[in-house]
Design a protein around this ligand. Structure first.
Ligand SMILES: Nc1ncnc2c1ncn2[C@@H]1O[C@H](COP(=O)(O)OP(=O)(O)O)[C@@H](O)[C@H]1O
Ligand SMILES: [Mg+2]
Length: 249
């Protein structure tokens, strides 16, 4: 499905990504964790066609998507809703740009996520968690083969974040769209993903990859199991190694 093949990316003399390769299969939920500043958002800009690779290739179903925009669904860290458009108009904006807004589908999604009564409201009337839901719905109705989520819950308070994780999981378990999810939160990655890719510090390459063994559908209970804690510790150590080294150079 999505193939990242041996990519490099530098900004001037700063090498941000080096020899990075991985694959995401149809319907897979993959989380990427890595130190901050390691090149995670840069990776999304490359996949999203916003900036060019120095080396390597990015293939979606064998098609080269380098510098092609509008191919992937994208949910940024901040919800980025347009304050002058209603919630419904915010959800349909991507399709509107493609001249095929599907109002009925957008309404159905808003209803599914408990926001039906807000479709004519403006973003400033919604809480942070609600705005993230709208942002996610906007990414999902744009109907792309893969969704890239860049630390979408990091600006939320702890309680809302846990709520949003459970919410995302319940939606995804029904929908099964491929998701690439960047986070620096280890528990979040373990709770959500099928597989976790750990990046090194800059220049980012793959440090480790782990398969998350928990069955689906998942419940909050897995957070309290021994294997959850063991994996959390393991991932924490990988990240710590990257952080410790970071002060050497
Ligand atoms: N357009 C750019 N020009 C120059 N440097 C950039 C640009 N975008 C990102 N960087 C640098 O690349 C590094 C990785 O950034 P980023 O991908 O945002 O990291 P992360 O998302 O992992 O925190 C940072 O040092 C950042 O300053
Ligand atoms: Mg980032």
């Amino acid at each position: 499905m999505l193939n990242i093949q041996d990519i490099d990316k530098s900004f001037g003399s700063l090498q941000v990504i080096k020899n990075l390769s991985f694959e995401i299969k149809e319907g897979e939920f993959v989380a990427i964790i890595g130190p901050s500043g390691s090149g995670k958002s840069t990776l999304f800009q490359l996949i999203g066609g916003i900036s060019a690779l120095d080396k390597g290739a990015i293939l979606l179903n064998s098609e080269d998507i380098q510098l092609k925009r509008g191919i992937i669904g994208y949910m940024p860290q901040q919800p980025c809703l347009l304050p002058w458009r209603t919630i419904l108009e915010n959800v349909t904006i991507v399709e509107e740009l493609q001249h095929k807004p599907n109002i009925l589908q957008a309404r159905a999604w808003l209803e599914k996520v408990g926001l039906a009564s807000f479709e004519d409201a403006y973003p400033n009337a919604l809480s942070g968690g609600m705005q993230q839901r709208v942002s996610f719905i906007r990414a999902i109705v744009s109907d792309k083969p893969i969704l890239c989520l860049d630390e979408p819950f990091s600006a939320l308070d702890e309680f809302t974040r846990l709520e949003m994780q459970a919410w995302l999981l319940s939606i995804w378990e029904k929908h099964r769209k491929s998701i690439l999810f960047v986070t620096h939160n280890i528990e979040e990655a373990l709770f959500l993903a099928d597989r976790i890719i750990v990046l090194t510090k800059r220049p980012a390459t793959i440090k480790k990859e782990i398969i998350v063994p928990f069955d689906r559908p998942r419940s909050e209970d897995i957070r309290h199991t021994e294997s959850f804690h063991a994996l959390k510790q393991q991932l924490f150590n990988y990240l710590k190694e990257e952080k410790d080294d970071a002060y050497v150079d």
